[in-house]
Structure formats: C-alpha cells, structure tokens
Design a protein around this ligand. Structure first.
Ligand code: CTP
Length: 433
C-alpha cells in the first residue's frame, strides 16, 4: 500500500457500535506506514475509550474543540492543516446530518469545515436509519459537495437486522483511501523534476551551496508519480533520509553544470519540466585541486555565472511545459512575474524565503510552506500547508494548465518528435562508429 506511506490520515470516529472496528483500520493504516491522528466525538467515547486508539495510533486522541491543553499542542486549525485526508469511520447518521448542516459544535465537525483536503465517510448504522429519506438526502447533498462515500456494506447487523448499513470492511476501506491519492491527472506524461541544491567546489573539502533541503522537489516527484506520470528526478545533494517511490528514476548530480547536462539529455523524453532545484548562481572560476591553506588575513574568491538550467532547457526544448520556482525575500509578485517572462516558462511557483518567511511558512528545510503561483493571465495562492499536500495541489494545477496549453496549441509537440528522430539518428551513428 505504497500510496499511503507517509500520508497524514485524520481518522474521525463517531458514535456507532462499529466504533471498535476503527482499531483494525488504525492498525492497517500504520502497517501501510501512514501517520494517523484520531479525533473522537463524544458519542464514540461511549463505545470505546480514547486510550485504546491512543495506544494503537501512537498519538494522543483529540476530543474537545475548546480544550486549552489540546489547542496549545496542536489546535484544531493546525490539525486541519496537518491532514492529507480526513476519513470518518464509522460515520453515524447523526454525524452525517450535522456535517450536512455545516455544524461546528464539536471538534470533528469544526475540522471538516476548516479543512479543504478530501473528506471520506464510511457510514455505519441500522439499515432502516440508512434507508430513511432524511439520511439519503443528506448523503446526496454531501456527495454533490465532493464528499466521498465508502460503503456501507450489506449484511447482518449488530442489532440482528439484515440490510445495508454495515461499516465497509477495513481492508476495502484502506484500498479506497489509497485511491484518493491516485488522481491520474498526469497519466501518460513524463515529468522531469530538478530538486535540491547544487554544490560548487572551491577545493576538495569546501564548496559553495545554499540551504535548500530538496523536500519540495521530492514531494513533487511523489505527487506526480501518484498522478500517473513517469517521473525522472534530477537531484542535487540532499539528506539520505529523503526518499521517493522506487518507480521514480533518480539521477544524482552535484554541480549546476552536471544538472544542466542531465536535464538537457533527458528533455526530449519529457512533456513537463518542474525546476524545483535551488541552483547555485555562481561557481568558483577555479576549483583548487589541493586544499587551500590559510596564509593571508583575507582572500578573494573569483566566481563565474552558472548557466540558467531552466531558461536554457526551455529555450532548447520549447515543447516542454515548464514550471519554475522563485524564492524571494522582497517584491515576490514583481520578481515572480519577471522570471515568468525572462525564462519563457509557463508557470512560476513563488515563495518567501529568509527573513521574509514567517515561522509558520517554513521554507528551507521545513515540512511546511505557502506558495503563490503565477502564469500568463492568472495567479493562485496556496496557503500554509505541508509540502506533500502543496505538491499534490500543484500537480493538479500543472496538469490542468498543461492540458490547456496542449489544447490551445501553445506547445509545439511536433518539435519534440523531430528532436527524438535526431537523437535516435545520433545514437545509431555513435554505435556504428
Ligand atoms: N534556476 C535554474 N538555473 C539557475 C538558476 C535558477 O534552473 N542557474 C531555476 C530554479 O530552479 C528556479 C528558477 O530558475 O526554478 C528561479 O530560481 P531563483 O534562484 O529563484 O532565481 P534566479 O533565476 O537564480 O534569479 P535570482 O537569484 O537573481 O533571484
């Protein structure tokens, strides 16, 4: 169940006899390496104690909306931002009705309102309650708002009756939840992503670099793969703990020139280029072959400009739908729009860095960020959220902008075909020689 690995699942448990089955759901989620946080309604605690779910999830169970201690640790808004998906299992008839009305009179109801991530309900109730027109109308309304319904199953019920209203089997629920992350929006496309910093050698033991962690680029690689794309990641030196799914082909490079070379070599295969790397703009003119010894009080290091990978590759491969990043400390919009023009790309993803980034925005090294996207004739703000979630939202937007660009004929795919023929010919020529 790779798609649930490292996903943040907010599991809401409401008052139903099936509440005890949430234990099995939590166990399976943890087996799939998901991070689980549980929110229980008052009704749920009448059936099972929070301690059970605390032990199973490995995290404290959240219960109250206005609890000073809980709000100080992870408040309801933070919890809403934390989640990648909200699953309410079991979802009682009463909870479904409250959700339909938009009630925020308890923690779970407030979280569902405060979050914009996918929301899935796994109803569990007496078959007559499920069939009742009131419940059916509520379910239809929620469906029309984009809420996902998992189940219910049919069969014998705890009350002895037989019919529809049983909680979906935990293994089927987990499969359905994993499918939420498989959007398919990039099926058939190849996406080339640059990530992380580059390092420019001064001597064998020293280099010039920057604070980029590579987390955003790696999150984008995962999100694009989940959206059905074939993904090639060209990564600068990042922490070894940063991982992408096995199906993402990863090429490791160190310098800007190496990153350029690999990106150029692979551009003919790709449909979309996302340049998330924080490329060092300059490199030492000469990298000393021996360690530089300290001899003088001060020293000069002469630097020369590195090539602009994004601008170069976009110029050489204009069929690539290209997305650049802009990390700024001032005049975010001005600089982002300038980069959109200067680099000739389709989209710029801007974010504040350094002193300009607030603590909650994170940026370098942090797990969270906030982004502002610019394209010709449009812009969109994505508020503070995990990089994983932002990456998924970004991928959805890139996929739709890419479709628009293809449909309007703005990207010339024929040029790529010509380039592929040239590449094939030069390979066969090389082989003959
Ligand atoms: N970029 C690149 N090659 C470079 C420099 C930047 O491909 N030599 C790409 C980055 O990956 C990013 C975008 O260009 O997608 C903008 O990078 P940024 O560092 O914000 O801007 P620069 O173009 O380097 O301009 P400046 O440093 O002056 O803001």
């Amino acid at each position: 169940m790779k798609r649930l690995a490292n996903k943040r699942i907010l599991l809401g448990i409401t008052g139903s006899i099936a509440a005890y089955k949430a234990g099995e759901i939590i166990r399976r989620l943890r087996d799939a390496n998901a991070d689980v946080r549980v929110v229980m309604t008052q009704g749920a605690t009448e059936f099972v104690t929070p301690l059970t779910f605390q032990a199973l999830s490995g995290n404290p169970v959240h219960q109250h909306l206005l609890d000073n201690d809980a709000e100080a640790a992870m408040g309801h808004i933070e919890l809403a931002r934390w989640a990648d998906v909200i699953l309410v299992a079991p979802a009682s008839a009463d909870f479904i009705s409250r959700l339909c009305l938009g009630r925020a009179n308890d923690l779970l109801g407030a979280l569902c309102l405060a979050s914009h991530v996918p929301l899935a309900l796994a109803p569990a109730m007496n078959q007559q309650m499920w069939k009742d027109p009131a419940t059916q109308t509520n379910v239809q309304t929620l469906r029309s708002r984009g809420v996902l319904l998992f189940g219910p199953d049919s069969g014998e019920q705890a009350c002895g009756e037989v019919g529809e209203g049983r909680l979906m089997q935990p293994h089927a629920l987990i499969d359905a939840l994993a499918d939420v992350f498989a959007t398919g929006s990039l099926t058939g496309q190849t996406v080339l992503i640059t990530a992380g910093p580059t390092r420019e050698a001064i001597d064998p033991v020293r280099y010039l670099s920057n604070h980029s962690s590579g987390k955003m680029g790696y999150a984008l690689a995962t999100a694009a793969m989940e959206a059905g794309a074939e993904v090639i990641l060209i990564s600068g030196p990042v922490d070894k703990s940063l991982l992408v799914p096995h199906s993402v082909k990863t090429i490791h490079v160190t310098t800007a020139e190496q990153m350029l070379e690999q990106t150029q070599a692979l551009a003919h295969k790709a449909d979309i280029l996302i340049a998330a790397a924080a490329v060092a703009d300059y490199r030492p003119v000469l990298a000393n072959s021996e360690k530089i010894k300290k001899s003088t009080e001060s020293m000069m290091l002469q630097l020369q400009r590195n090539p602009d990978i994004l601008a170069t590759v976009k110029r050489q491969s204009p069929w690539l739908f290209s997305v650049g990043f802009a990390a700024e400390t001032e005049n975010l919009e001005l600089h982002a729009r300038q980069k959109l023009k200067d680099k000739g790309v389709e989209m710029i993803v801007a974010n504040w860095v350094g002193h300009a980034a607030t603590e909650t925005q994170g940026t370098f090294g942090s797990d969270d960020n906030a982004l502002k996207l610019f394209w010709d004739g449009g812009e969109l703000e994505l508020g503070v959220s995990s990089k994983a979630r932002l990456a998924r939202e970004l991928v959805v937007l890139i996929a739709s902008q890419y479709d628009n660009a293809i449909q309007s004929g703005r990207l010339n795919k024929e040029q790529r075909e010509v380039e592929n023929v040239v590449q094939l010919r030069s390979h066969s020529h090389d082989k003959k020689n």
